[in-house]
Design a protein around this ligand. Structure first.
Ligand code: ZN
Length: 243
């Protein structure tokens, strides 16, 4: 399983949220074999993990052309890391800005650790691409979501594992409205509906009633971002993303 330059296929970092759902569709359009990986690093919300299964099932049912490409789902235990990197996402502290200018939801080094685990799994599974929903235009400005960081990480992984992985980040330069537009380009309004009905983004793990933009508490930073992006996309007339 170690053929550095000829590994087809992709491993999608898949949380069951809006962004990683769009990434999964994107990967299924481009790669003949796609597997998904989720991480349990001590999140408060099992609801997020459940959303993963529902989104995958909905996509299999809706898109026969993708069903033949979508392979195994993996779940890796990162609770040990979660314990080290405690933050508002892993404990019950309030979500607020810290003195560093980062939201308290920032888990230092999380994407770095996630990519090491994902790359080790991809090596074993013979998959050449790691696909993630990291985004520089996000409200959060997490330093491990920046393309510079990911370029350095890709380089380190390839040196350290003697591989030729590509870290693919289709949402890196997109606004949240453009992410909705990309979903429509990839899977039409049906994919938009799957995201609205089944994906989960809310930091507080709230499902509750369905809003125009999907389920969630409506007030946490993740819901706020998702709702504003959706409203903006609707105002624009629900366009597809034009290259
Ligand atoms: Zn929320």
């Amino acid at each position: 399983m170690t053929s550095p330059t000829t590994s087809p296929g992709a491993l999608v970092l898949f949380s069951g949220g809006q962004d990683s759902t769009v990434c999964l569709a994107w990967a299924l359009e481009r790669h003949e074999r796609v597997e998904t990986v989720g991480f349990d690093y001590g999140q408060r919300h099992a609801v997020e993990l459940q959303a993963r299964a529902e989104v995958r099932a909905a996509m299999l049912a809706a898109y026969p052309q993708w069903a033949g490409r979508l392979g195994e789902d993996h779940m890796l235990d990162l609770r040990g890391f979660g314990a080290v990197a405690q933050s508002a996402l892993t404990t019950d502290k309030a979500i607020e800005m810290t003195a560093r200018g980062l939201p308290s939801t920032f888990v230092p080094g999380r994407n770095l650790v996630v990519l090491v685990y994902a790359a080790a799994l991809a090596d074993r599974r013979g998959l050449g691409a790691l696909v993630g929903g990291m985004c520089e235009t996000d409200f959060s400005g997490y330093p491990d979501c920046r393309r510079d960081t990911l370029d350095a990480m890709e380089h380190a992984l390839n040196l350290g594992m003697e591989q030729a992985f590509r870290v693919e980040t289709p949402l890196m330069r997109l606004t949240k409205a453009q992410t909705w537009a990309l979903a429509k380009t990839l899977g039409g309004e049906r994919l938009v509906e799957i995201i609205l009905a089944d994906s989960h983004t809310c930091y507080l793990g709230e499902r509750g009633e369905r809003h125009a933009w999907g389920h969630g508490c409506g007030t946490c930073p993740a819901c706020d971002l998702r709702a504003r992006g959706f409203a903006q996309w609707v105002d624009q007339g629900r366009p597809e993303l034009t290259p």
